[in-house]
Design a protein. Structure first.
Lengths: 480, 256
């Protein structure tokens, strides 16, 4: 492949890097108790919520940022971040999509997420979040007929405060870790999902996160509850404009599955990753955890992580209910100077609990990509089983892949299996494809899709093809 | 000459800065089968890699004209799409990519290049089933990952299957006989014989005369220290088998 082609492809711009010109309402830079009171007041929150936030803030102040991840970045000045930014809307409360500022609708349309009635995705309900607030949720009424609640968490705090109060912080306590504490103090919006007893959610639910403002942190909070026998599949997507500076994204996601409930949570993360020299990009420091509270419950995480300058993320399952099942299927792709330290925790507490971990890390360019995972078999988790498979693929000669597995077994009836492999896409493989008339781009995309097949097949159908395409796009021109 | 498929003139090439090919001359016409023999390290395999455009091999001089065009200007995938096929000595194992998908993408890449309509998955499967007969391969190989866990013989048969699908103008077989038992060797050789037509040509690279009992060459060339030092008819192969390659050393010494 000639040098110019490589250059052209590498220089292909990040498709979602545009900025929407819209007037925003922001709070002053920095974080104090007053900032938190201001955010809470803006949202007209119930008293318990303010208490929750303040408690988190006070804990956060006593904590220090974790340094154990295998990533490097300059110190973050937490007093230089704007903790709340909302696009100015003409009306305070929106009753229908017609009242949403057309600029916002256009922005989402440009991202491939049409919100208007005629164009929206057939069987997917979307909650669209722009900077700190949710601007629209589709199919709300249709879902309500089945008793499904799908709305911004700020709205849930008004309409269903008892549900939020019962479950918020029950999986990720306010002081769980540095970034979760920060999120608990300042989170502005996110999605709330409640699937009542026995209901199989009739459509895919999805949230699309968009960071627009260059100086705002995004701190969204997602809470999903599936009652006894309920079932739901949820997907989140993320993009951000290209800025030279870094933006902090510290989200918390909590999932609760009661007896026989089933939650499938999929992520396609494509935040701006910074340029080829590592300038700019999102710091994606996220806490995601699911609680399999009831017997026979199941929580499944599938993630395709392709963006962000730095990713620090370990979607986990706490398997409390007997016979409950936790799954983690992950593709983490890093290129240029991206850094990712990602993996999962499977905490087995109940009897005969089972977990599966399939992790596929792809590192290209000068990036570093680490898998970090904990499998813990508690003393009462008799008959528990785990199977882990961690595969790394290196593209080119300057990328780095690491695997940090942690295994703790406190009872002798539990079984833990761990397999790992490392492979490399090298010149010889590409030459073999080229000799059969297959271009370098097609070869890499076939090799990567093949490598990721086990995980891509776990994504909801509508998004699997999209994710596959995204992977190839991100890797074009990585082997010179 | 209008029927020349390949003309190689004074070709020199380096690997890692070391000269391996030191002035190769060769002319191949349509309908011909050529064999290049020589011991390990003589430059035979390098020659096949240079023709097909492997990036590790640096051409330092001379020219390769393929169907009237300068081949050295073309990228490896372009050369393939123009009808040059290299059957690898060590076909690579590609986990996760199914044999069938690989074959279809390769086949359609060539079709597209030739301005023909690409075949859909169903039509392509019918075509492959037909071609499997050429190498007596079990259809179950199509569903497996490309070459992964294939035996040596199965890999080589899979190479010939690819060749049967892509119908090259110039088929190069790089030590296709290495690691094959006699039955597999016969199947592979028979496959190649079925593909030979008056319009295409084959270049068979081998260490041993054995293969040439099954694929009869029109010309045999002996490569020594990066050059073709002797050429002749198929009887030259037998001569080499009897004499061994040592006489070449004596010849080389005599020249000093």
């Amino acid at each position: 492949m000639s040098a110019t082609t490589v250059k052209n492809i590498v220089n292909q711009p990040y498709k979602y890097g545009f900025v929407t010109d819209i007037e925003s309402e922001t709070v002053p830079r920095g974080l104090t108790e007053d900032t938190i009171r201001l955010i809470s007041a803006k949202k007209n929150e119930p008293e318990f919520m303010l208490e929750f936030r303040l408690k988190a803030y006070r804990q956060w102040q006593k904590m220090t940022e974790p340094t154990w991840p295998h990533v490097n970045y300059p110190a973050i000045d937490y007093q230089n971040i704007i903790y709340y930014s909302a696009p100015k809307q003409k009306k305070e409360k929106l009753n229908s999509l017609d009242q949403v500022d057309p600029t916002l609708l256009e922005a989402f349309e440009k991202l491939g997420i049409p919100l208007s009635e005629q164009k929206r995705l057939g069987n997917v309900a979307v909650d669209a979040i722009f900077d700190s607030v949710s601007i629209a949720t589709t199919f709300k009424e249709k879902l309500a007929k089945d008793g499904v609640i799908f709305c911004p968490i700020s709205e849930a705090l008004q309409e269903h405060p008892e549900l939020v109060q019962k479950y918020l912080g029950s999986v990720v306590p306010v002081g769980d870790n540095y970034f979760a504490a920060l999120n608990s103090a300042v989170f502005s919006d996110g999605s709330f999902v409640f699937i009542p007893k026995g209901v199989i959610c009739p459509m895919e639910l999805s949230t699309y996160f968009r960071i627009n403002n260059g100086e705002t942190g995004q701190f969204e909070r997602t809470l999903i509850i599936a009652e006894e026998g309920a079932s739901v599949s949820y997907l989140e997507g993320c993009t951000a404009p290209m800025y030279d500076s870094n933006q902090l994204h510290a989200a918390v996601v909590e999932l609760v599955a009661l007896d026989n409930a089933d939650i499938k949570y999929s992520t396609v993360q494509n935040w701006y990753a910074g340029d080829a020299n590592g300038k700019g990009g999102i710091y994606n420091f996220v806490t995601k955890r699911g609680l399999c509270k009831g017997v026979n419950s199941k929580i499944s995480w599938t993630q395709v992580e392709t963006g962000s300058a730095i990713t620090w993320k370990y979607p986990s399952c706490v398997l409390v209910g007997d016979n409950s099942v936790g799954e983690f299927y992950s593709i983490a792709l890093t290129n240029n100077k991206q850094q990712a330290d990602t993996g999962t925790k499977m905490i087995h507490i109940g009897k005969n609990t089972r977990s599966t971990i399939i992790s596929k890390g792809i590192s290209a360019g000068n990036s570093q990509n680490s898998y970090r995972g904990l499998v813990k078999m508690g003393s009462k988790a008799t008959g528990a089983r785990n199977y882990s498979q961690c595969d790394s693929m290196l593209i080119g000669d300057n990328a780095e892949a690491n695997t940090f597995p942690y295994i703790q077994v406190d009872n002798n009836t539990a079984k833990v299996e761990h397999e790992a492999s490392t492979s490399k896409i090298g010149e010889d493989q590409l030459f073999y494809f080229a000799q059969r008339g297959i271009s370098e781009e097609d070869a890499i995309s076939m090799l990567v899709s093949g490598f990721c097949k086990d995980v891509l097949s776990k994504l909801p159908m509508e998004f699997a093809a999209e994710a596959d395409k995204l992977l190839s796009l991100k890797l074009e021109g990585t082997v010179g | 000459m209008s029927d020349a498929i390949l003309s190689v003139r004074n070709l020199t090439a380096n690997v890692d800065g070391n000269p391996i090919l030191k002035g190769v001359n060769l002319e191949i016409k349509a309908g011909e089968v050529h064999a290049i023999m020589g011991r390990n390290g003589s430059g035979k395999s390098t020659f096949s890699k240079v023709i097909s455009g492997h990036p590790d091999y640096e051409v330092t001089g001379g020219e390769i004209i393929y169907q009237g065009e300068n081949l050295l200007e073309k990228e490896p995938d372009e050369r393939a799409k123009n009808g040059i096929f290299l059957a690898f000595q060590y076909p690579l194992e590609i986990p996760g990519v199914s044999n069938l998908d690989f074959l279809r993408v390769a086949y359609n890449a060539r079709r597209k290049y030739l301005g023909l309509e690409e075949l859909d998955a169903f039509d392509f499967e019918d075509l492959v089933e037909e071609k499997l007969k050429v190498v007596q391969m079990n259809p179950s190989f199509l569903g497996r990952s490309l070459n992964e866990g294939f035996s040596g013989g199965e890999k080589k048969r899979n190479e010939i299957l690819q060749m049967a699908l892509l119908e090259p103008t110039l088929g190069i077989l790089d030590e296709i006989d290495s690691g094959l038992d006699i039955d597999a060797l016969k199947i592979v050789a028979n496959g190649v014989n079925q593909l030979a037509t008056p319009d295409n040509a084959f270049l068979v690279i081998t260490h041993y005369q054995r293969l040439l009992n099954y694929i009869t060459p029109d010309f045999v060339h002996v490569m020594y220290d990066g050059r073709i030092v002797t050429s002749g008819g198929k009887e030259l192969a037998h001569e080499l088998e009897n004499k061994g390659y040592e006489f070449l050393d004596e010849q080389a010494l005599a020249e000093v």
